[in-house]
Design a protein around this ligand. Sequence first.
Ligand SMILES: Cc1ncc(COP(=O)(O)O)c(C=O)c1O
Length: 377
Amino acid sequence: MELTWVEVSKSALRHNVETFRSLASNSLLGAVVKANAYGHGLVPVAQTVLEAGADWLCVNALYEAQALRQASIDCPIYVLGYVSPTDAEAVVEADLRLVVYDPSLVEALSAAASKGRSVPLHIKVETGNNRQGLSLEQTLALARMIRTLPGVHLEGISSHYADIEDTTDHTFAKEQLSRYREIDLALAADGHKLSVRSFSNSAATLLWPATHFELVRVGVSLYGMWPSKETLVSALLEKRNAPKLKPALTWKARIAQVKTVKAGEFVGYGRSFQATHETRLAVIPVGYYDGYDRGLSNLAHVLIDGRIAPLRGRVCMNMVMADVSDIPDAAPNGEVVLLGESNGSAISADQMAEWAHTINYEIPTRINDRIPRILVD
Ligand SMILES: Cc1ncc(COP(=O)(O)O)c(C=O)c1O
């Protein structure tokens, strides 16, 4: 029997895909499924979002792309992260398209490309994030090199926003966009015809239809989360319809034990909680090893049939303790919701991120890959 598991709502994923499908109706919809589909489960999510209308899958690394191909997924797969030149043959074999910024990878791909098939490449252009990107001069040089080599071709350019989610002041993001346009124009003037340009992540796809280009790369919001409160406020300020997104993930566990602690006794490591009255505690077999942040100690709560059970003491490696004094029917083997909805109440990734002093992205992506992901409804 599973002690802890993650349920992923197919209908929520479908709803979110359809929302982005209609927001970016003139672009390809690239579903970003890196990091185990933001913790939701790579293959089941990929299959669901493709059925719902996504066109491409975007991953970070070769091993993720290979796992998708092994699951017989044959759509375009775009690798956004680092690929070593020594893996060029594997890239060709898996029929992938890549972000490139390194001439030695381009050469290795050209050498590895099978006859008659050309590897589509996307140069990462520097617009202000200073992660991966090439300057205008370097971009032109790499584009010219690609033009001269067999087995590879330049399909597009891509860039990534540095400061779009953290603020409602988008001056810097708009400067990035003008740098992108400048590089795009320079490539066109140099005779390069790009068929798939991309820049937009969730926030830009939600906020600025003019920046969708031929492909949007949507991650966090496909899973039903707004990239940030600032993005939601910006959408409302710009008087755009802020679409309703549906969170897809619920993390559950079973109560392992219920015990009574007398008034004055302590709970857990460091004795950080002392009971002021007789307290019923549920011991839940999930801890920081599973991705339940230790920063949630004495702060977060779990839900039992919609009722709040506050954490007592520190989050351990494999266990947490929650106060069920006011939930008399809490019993061993009973179900607990750590994240997501429970009988009309909910703990959102945003709420958990606030408790743990991080961003909502980190909450589902850190749920240990070992925990089963189950598609529901
Ligand atoms: C290159 C790139 N594109 C797109 C995305 C998707 O971003 P978001 O999850 O904000 O939609 C990411 C995520 O980090 C990324 O690194």
